[in-house]
Design a protein around this ligand. Structure first.
Ligand SMILES: *Cc1c(COP(=O)(O)O)cnc(C)c1O
Length: 368
């Protein structure tokens, strides 16, 4: 292959289709602060995702930070080490202590059976991640949260469009947070959102993302600037037209990988968590000890051949210097997450990945 194959490539609609959106923005000269595209996209996403209320953000990280402030979360929050570092960074930005709990080796999501032992009098919330878009055990998490009176904020950055048998996965917990970063299934170049259950909470979120302004003269909280611009909202409106097509392509790629990798010794595909509608946002495989070469050797071999797979999530969040010293960050506390971090490799998956490219990648893996 002469052109490099990256782990993901954003889907971009034809450029000329974006011109009319730009003309509208240039015409009405509303660039941000809840303009017409912002309003349209909130409405369109509620309809598409099947949720009641959504607040758009400049990115997913600011949305996570704001979600914690919305619920006035303090003290300690139980979370997973097996995620992108923004999950726990959002806690540090609020002066909250992350308490790390190990993952379930099958779903790679936080293991609900390990949560209770990590609860202390300072615990006020749980922040799980629907890793790779595979739903957490939402019922078990809710039970614990209800018993101990804890809030639940889902980092749903990977879970755009994912549904269980009852509907959107985003309706679980007190709040769910999406990312619309360029690498995600649905993107606005940069962007994010909080999904919340009621209008009053949505109003508080909207105040917090606009410096705490309630009206021209009233500021009720030390809010941040988290507003999505009209440019990004317009991109979202255009992308939304193509999302079903993009998800369909991803599904075919997922099926193809699963079929072709079946029976390859030492290579395990991560099982789906039983969701009714998946989004195929990532294609993680686990390289076991009986594979001929190590995970890192395979990673390097693919790279040398122009295939840029990624080791998500390696290193674990708990191996970064600002977390390493915490007692819950110790590897002995996180054997499953540690194991997964050393075995995982995310293979390229995006709508425009060709079958010939996929075959090339699988052949390289089969060779060992
Ligand atoms: C991408 C991502 C984020 C951060 O979202 P941004 O929009 O890039 O700020 C947070 N958590 C997880 C799990 C992510 O993958």
């Amino acid at each position: 292959m002469n052109k490099p194959i990256y782990v993901t490539q954003p889907y971009l609609p034809p450029l000329e289709e974006f011109i009319p959106y730009l003309e509208k923005i240039w015409g009405n000269k509303v660039l941000t602060n809840g303009g017409p595209f912002h309003q349209q996209l909130e409405k369109a996403l509620c309809d598409y995702l099947g949720v009641e209320h959504i607040a758009l953000f400049t990115n997913g990280t600011i949305a996570l930070v704001t979600a914690l402030q919305t619920l006035r979360v303090t003290g300690e929050v139980i979370t997973t080490p097996y995620s992108f570092v923004a999950t726990s960074h959002s806690l540090l930005w609020n002066g909250i202590k992350p308490v790390f709990v190990d993952i379930d080796p099958n779903t790679l999501n936080i293991d609900p059976a390990k949560i209770e032992a990590a609860i202390t009098p300072q615990t006020t919330a749980i922040m799980p991640v629907h890793c790779y878009g595979h739903p957490c055990d939402v019922e078990a998490i809710k039970k614990i949260a209800d018993n101990y009176n804890l809030k639940v904020i889902y980092d749903a950055a990977h879970a755009f469009g994912v549904q269980d048998t009852q509907g959107s996965i985003l309706r679980h917990g007190d709040l769910s947070v999406l990312s619309f970063h360029a690498t995600k299934v649905f993107n606005t170049f940069e962007g994010g959102a909080i999904i919340c259950p009621d209008a009053k909470t949505k109003q508080r979120i909207d105040h917090l993302k606009n410096f705490g302004f309630v009206d021209e003269l009233t500021v009720v909280a030390p809010g941040i600037n988290g507003k999505m611009s009209e440019f990004n909202a317009a991109l979202g409106m255009l992308q939304l037209k193509y999302i079903d097509q993009a998800l369909m392509c991803r599904k075919e790629i997922d099926e193809s990988y699963r079929k072709l990798l079946k029976g390859v010794k030492g290579v395990r595909c991560v099982q789906e968590a039983g969701q009714a509608v998946a989004n195929y946002s990532y294609f993680p495989i686990l390289i076991d000890v009986d594979y001929p070469i190590s995970r890192d050797a395979l990673y390097q071999k693919l790279k040398d051949q122009g295939v840029f797979a990624r080791r998500y999530f390696y290193p674990l969040i708990t191996d970064f210097p600002m977390y390493r010293g915490m007692s819950s960050a110790h590897r002995d506390n996180l054997p499953m997450a540690t194991d997964a971090a050393f075995k995982v490799l995310c293979l390229p998956i995006y709508p425009e990945l060709l079958q010939s490219e996929l075959n090339y990648i699988v052949d390289l893996i089969r060779e060992g």
